[in-house]
Design a binder for this molecule. Structure first.
Ligand code: GCU
Length: 602
């Protein structure tokens, strides 16, 4: 009994750690009144965290976050300053901006000065698209709060904390890997540190539309349903939903908490969002003559036996996995231009789907994919050997899941929330993931829940998935590397697959490596010919899989990884890309393109 009480105490105190500091997430920031704090920030690299702890490892009262200006007062000892010649660009990772920081894992202090003129009837929020991995944020020397998790947005209300005139914003960014973190210390991607996404000051009316969920009702094709959440009022308010193209205007009255469930009849022939016709409708949410607009697509996603159904019709997900890394510089991708290059390559391959591995990508990627007609598998970095029995680790994973769903729940193209990748079987892991799946479904029961499980041999020559998690999620989704980590490409010819559970089969990773331009024998690892033959044999094997509903080969583009040290071949890159880090298409790219074009034609 005692242990249970202790564990539950730990659990709830951990939840506090990941929720109290930040204000509830503002959604659709890019369509709100705001101004950008992107650009050049002054920085201090602080591997011993001198700017935070004193020599007795106690937090300092006058750390770097006080941002004292040494040039104005030299009457006392000051051993730091934010110098003009030590800047980093925001958004962006530090690793690829400064050679000395390429492998750096530790603290970097970022500082931005900005002018602000408070407006009487506004509220103001400081919004971060993401910071990897832990951020402690200070405004004018006062701590606003902490955020943990490298790929999800967070914001603080600063209405009463901003000064008229010059303001000092200081952020302590720490990308050290930790066993209890999410992801934990071992991952197969570069630990890009920094303020890696947009920073904005968002201005809202005193009472404003903070959040909303507007979807086609999954059980009634003639209805749009969801809810709207106001912020700032303690009484019932009137809020209007306006969809001009559908000639819909309807008002609703919120409860005293600012919340109202909505449902609006629509014509049965309202255009559905599909990859072939990614139709988006402008919606306007209006309160007190303040309007917040968004573009929403209407579709349903479901499964029936081994089929995935989009708008009630069977669809095959012709996908590819993508890391959030730029073509060319191989740095953390941040903006729409980066997304355009990556997603255009996926479209050129014949994709209607992308698995955005292994963490929530930036919002530009999701919204551009929506406009381009690419369905999305979005995932939290519950990756490999997470600390399944640590309540803080669970609270962290759950907070990242909630933040991912909060941000992207109105994106029609997001069809799958994924809660894990290649996680080792145990009772603790099953409980951890079952709880995450439950949380995801409570927040959003309109999408599929998946995870990348692993295969095993059922009997010689026959592979299957034998994972209790497959009872919990909606797909038999798993990674397999027959012909790379498991035999050579010839093995594909003799392997068959059997599944005891009748759900759509989704191969969330397969493939192998090749150095672009490394031509040679077809049986030699890392030649383009080997990779090409591997994909030829893999496709032939995949075609034999009963109930196959989707494939996302690993992966679109070679990417940086500290695990890949084979000199002259890998040189710090995972070479399983179908294109090189410069975007050059390998022979295998055209094998996938040929198969997907055949599937398109079917
Ligand atoms: C795993 C893992 C990927 C990794 C890949 C590889 O399946 O999910 O993140 O990069 O294998 O070994 O290349």
């Amino acid at each position: 009994m005692k242990k249970t009480i202790m564990l539950s105490f730990l659990f709830f105190s951990a939840l506090h750690l990941f929720s109290a500091d930040n204000y509830p997430q503002l959604v659709n920031v890019m369509n709100r009144e705001s101004f950008s704090l992107n650009g050049s920030w002054k920085t201090i690299v602080d591997p011993f965290e001198v700017g935070y702890y004193d020599y007795r490892s106690q937090p300092k009262k006058n750390g770097y976050f006080k941002d004292i200006d040494y040039s104005t007062d030299r009457s006392f000892l000051l051993e730091y300053n934010f110098a003009a010649d030590k800047t980093l660009y925001v958004p962006g990772d530090w690793n690829t901006q400064r050679p000395q920081l390429f492998y750096y894992e530790g603290t970097v202090w970022y500082r931005k000065h900005f002018e602000y003129t408070p407006k009487a009837d506004n509220r103001v929020f400081l919004y971060f698209g993401a910071v990897n991995y832990e951020a402690i944020v200070y405004l004018n020397g006062e701590k606003l709060g902490t955020h943990v998790g490298g790929f999800t947005p967070f914001n603080f209300e600063v209405t009463d904390k901003l000064k008229s005139g010059k303001n000092s914003l200081v952020v302590k960014v720490d990308n050290k890997r930790k066993p209890e973190a999410v992801p934990t210390v071992n991952a197969d991607w570069w630990n890009f540190g920094g303020i890696t996404r947009d920073v904005r000051l968002v201005e809202t009316p005193k009472t404003f539309i903070r959040d909303y969920f507007i979807q086609l009702n999954k059980n009634n094709p003639n209805e749009i349903s969801g809810w709207i959440q106001l912020d700032g009022s303690t009484k019932s308010e009137t809020v209007k939903l306006d969809i001009p193209e559908l000639k819909i205007t309807k008002t609703f009255n919120t409860n005293a908490d600012g919340y109202v469930q909505i449902s609006v009849p629509i014509k049965k022939n309202t255009t559905r969002w599909t990859p072939e016709n990614p139709k988006l409708y402008t919606i306007n949410l209006v309160h007190n003559n303040n309007s917040l607009s968004d573009k929403i697509g209407f579709r349903t996603i479901s499964t029936q036996g081994t089929d995935i159904l989009l708008n009630g019709k069977k669809i095959y997900c012709r996908g590819v996995c993508i890391h959030e890394e730029t073509v060319g510089n191989s740095s953390r991708a941040t903006n729409e231009a980066d997304a355009t290059i990556l997603l255009s390559l996926a479209k050129e391959m014949g994709c209607n789907f992308v698995r955005l591995a292994h963490y929530p990508h930036n919002e530009n990627m999701i919204r551009l994919a929506e406009r381009m007609g690419l369905m999305v598998w979005s995932e939290i970095p519950v990756y490999w050997t997470i600390q399944w029995e640590n309540p803080e680790t669970y609270a962290n994973a759950e907070a990242q899941l909630k933040d991912m769903i909060t941000r992207d729940k109105n994106r029609a193209n997001v069809v799958i929330w994924s809660i894990a990748n290649e996680t080792p079987h145990s009772d603790a892991r099953l409980t951890f993931l079952t709880n995450l799946a439950k949380t995801a479904r409570e927040m959003d029961n309109t999408r599929l829940i998946a995870a990348a499980m692993e295969k095993e041999e059922k009997r010689p020559g026959v592979m299957t998935v034998n994972d209790e998690l497959s009872q919990v999620i909606d797909l038999v989704s798993f990674n397999q590397y027959v012909g790379w980590y498991n035999g050579t490409w010839a093995k594909c010819d003799s392997v068959n697959w059997e599944f005891d559970i009748k759900k759509p089969v989704f191969i969330s990773e397969f493939g192998g490596g090749a150095l672009y331009g490394n031509y040679g024998a077809r049986d030699q690892f890392f030649t383009e010919e080997y990779q090409e033959e591997l994909f030829i044999r893999s496709v032939a094997m995949l075609k034999r899989i009963p109930g196959l509903a989707g494939t996302t080969p690993w992966l679109l583009k070679d990417f940086r990884s500290p695990r890949r040290t084979l000199s002259e071949i890998q040189d710090g890159f995972n070479r399983k890309g179908l294109v090189s880090e410069k975007g050059e298409k390998k022979k295998a790219f055209f094998i996938m393109q040929k198969w997907y074009n055949e599937l398109k034609g079917q």
